[in-house]
Design a protein around this ligand. Structure first.
Ligand SMILES: [Zn+2]
Length: 540
């Protein structure tokens, strides 16, 4: 199905002519350079795929121009996800989806169908089952899986990612014996591997082949384009992933724009000869930064806090690096001309990263656009330190809606003031880039836009929004997913707005996103996606 859609998209892309294209009769909306909503009625696109002129009601009399009638539909710049994991999302799309299975028999039926449809998949991987939704609530066993597939390894993750079921072939392939002990923090029961025990199998799953990576990259592009994303920052590109992206660029099959951040210092050294790359393949691929980690995540209490966890007073989470270590790594990247994007969730981690960046700014000067990824739980006293140090807050609105109850439990009521504090960041004039952290959250940016303006989830919960003083305006939200995300990738001269000289990357959607409420905004459907003035995806 996905392959068919993509083949169609490729066909559409190739039917170009050497002429200007005029998109007319558009209900256009974007954020202008001053952060205000700008309405427009048409786009004149040169045959180089870049915007020549944005129209505001005037009629153009042009010869030799291809006219595209937008039929009064809403047209907006292609959205940009400032923090995602491109290949991980692509592999998610290729794996067996078990979300919503209503019984073990249902899981088995889906597994059987997937195995039959994918005879060449060496290790069958899937995710999303939840035995709590099944009548008997019994965990599946290796024997349950063997009954359906026994000729090759099967590894199926539970919906929360904290447990997975293996079949006998998977345990055998991983060298697992009946007397193998679960590591500390893990548990094994009849083929069910919980938490730390999951690594016993996962570390033995063979790395994907180049052909499998190419398939994943095809799948992820369709997912992005169908959700209205024309670009994304890839947070932690691995060397083999970089090669896959370049293969697609060379083959002319890269239809999204990827701003790549190498995964750690080893990744930095292994990619592109240890140097940032140029903008490649018509600005579709650029390696400009390095991704580092200062701590873990809040849900598993890996986020590094200044004070103990409210719901586990014997821990403050995980400090990944000493101050000296994180400076040494960050400085190595900065000296090589890279931008830095450092993951920091807890307030102690954020304070450490800010201090690191303050030193780098003193050494390297302004406009290096140091990024903090997530910037989730921050001591309010530390937030004003960002602007003087030239730091960008890269935040994910849907993390707030997914995390709020868990965050309240982890932190207690008195430490939420600097949590997911978007409006506080805006008011201080700190640049914001919005994203989703896909595949952790859905790549669909519209629930993210809706969460940003409402502090409510898809179902409108909680009423009035969670800590609603941290809502942002519609303009600020849209900017975070367009201009702000482009700026965070040093790409604001190329993408993020339909201004003359920038790429004509735009989407046509089914409602006026500037006039609907948050619940309707979250449900916006994309009808067409255009990149560099060419239609690359269309809803069937
Ligand atoms: Zn991430």
């Amino acid at each position: 199905m996905r392959m068919t859609l993509f083949a169609l998209a490729a066909l559409l892309a190739s039917s170009s002519a050497l002429a200007d294209t005029l998109v007319t009769n558009a209900n256009g909306i974007q954020v202008d350079a001053n952060g205000k909503v700008e309405r427009f009625t048409g786009i004149l696109i040169g045959d180089d795929g870049k915007v020549k002129r944005l129209l505001h009601g005037e009629m153009l009399k042009l010869r030799d121009t291809k006219v595209v009638d937008a039929k009064a539909q809403t047209v907006m710049p292609g959205l940009i996800d400032a923090h995602g994991h491109i290949m991980a999302l692509g592999f998610t799309a290729l794996q067996l989806d078990l979300t919503g299975t209503r019984s073990l028999a249902d899981l088995q039926a889906r597994l059987k169908a997937y195995a039959a449809a994918n005879p060449n998949v060496r290790w069958i991987q899937g995710r999303g089952w939840n035995q709590e939704l099944w009548a008997d609530k019994r965990f599946p066993t290796a024997a349950d899986i063997d009954a359906v597939v026994s000729d090759r390894p099967v590894w199926l993750g539970r919906v929360d990612g904290h447990a997975a079921i293996a079949n006998s072939a998977a345990m055998q392939a991983a060298g697992f014996a009946l007397n193998t002990q679960a590591p500390t923090g893990g548990r094994i029961e009849n083929g069910l591997f919980v938490d730390a025990a999951m690594g016993l199998i996962e570390s033995k799953i063979p790395a994907p082949t180049p052909a499998e990576q190419d398939s994943a990259l095809v799948a992820v592009q369709t997912m992005m384009l169908s959700n209205g994303l024309t670009a994304a920052a890839d947070m932690g590109t691995a060397p083999d992933e970089w090669l896959a992206m370049n293969r697609a660029g060379q083959a002319g099959t890269l239809n999204v724009r990827i701003m790549s951040y190498a995964g750690g210092i080893p990744g930095m050294k292994a990619i592109n000869g240890g140097r940032p790359s140029d903008w490649l393949y018509g600005d579709r691929l650029h390696l400009g930064g390095v991704k580092l980690y200062a701590d873990g995540a809040l849900g598993s209490r890996g986020a590094w806090l200044k004070q103990a966890y409210a719901d586990k007073p014997d821990t403050r989470g995980l400090q990944f690096l000493t101050d000296a270590q994180i400076f040494e790594q960050a400085n190595a990247a900065a000296a090589g001309g890279y931008q830095l994007a450092i993951h920091a969730i807890g307030d102690a981690a954020n304070a450490q990263v800010i201090s690191t960046y303050e030193k780098l700014t003193a050494a390297y000067g302004q406009d290096r656009r140091w990024r903090i990824e997530h910037f989730q739980i921050v001591d309010p006293a530390d937030i004003p330190r960002l602007k003087p140090a030239g730091i960008i807050a890269s935040m994910q609105p849907t993390h707030q809606t997914s995390d709020r109850l868990m965050a309240e439990a982890r932190l207690g009521p008195d430490r939420l003031k600097g949590a997911y504090a978007w409006q506080t960041v805006e008011k201080l004039g700190i640049p914001i880039a919005f994203g989703s952290d896909f595949p952790v959250e859905s790549p669909n940016p519209f629930p993210g836009l809706a969460a940003a303006i409402s502090r409510q989830d898809m179902n409108g919960q909680p009423p009035g929004g969670w800590r609603p003083e941290e809502r942002v305006s519609f303009e600020q939200a849209l900017s975070g997913f367009t201009r702000g995300a482009a700026y965070a990738g040093f790409a604001e001269q190329r993408i993020g707005a339909l201004d003359p000289g920038k790429w004509a990357d735009f989407i046509i959607v089914d409602r006026d996103v500037g006039k609907v409420d948050a619940q309707a905004l979250a449900r916006t459907q994309v009808r067409e996606t255009w990149v560099a003035g060419k239609k690359v995806w269309e809803k069937k």
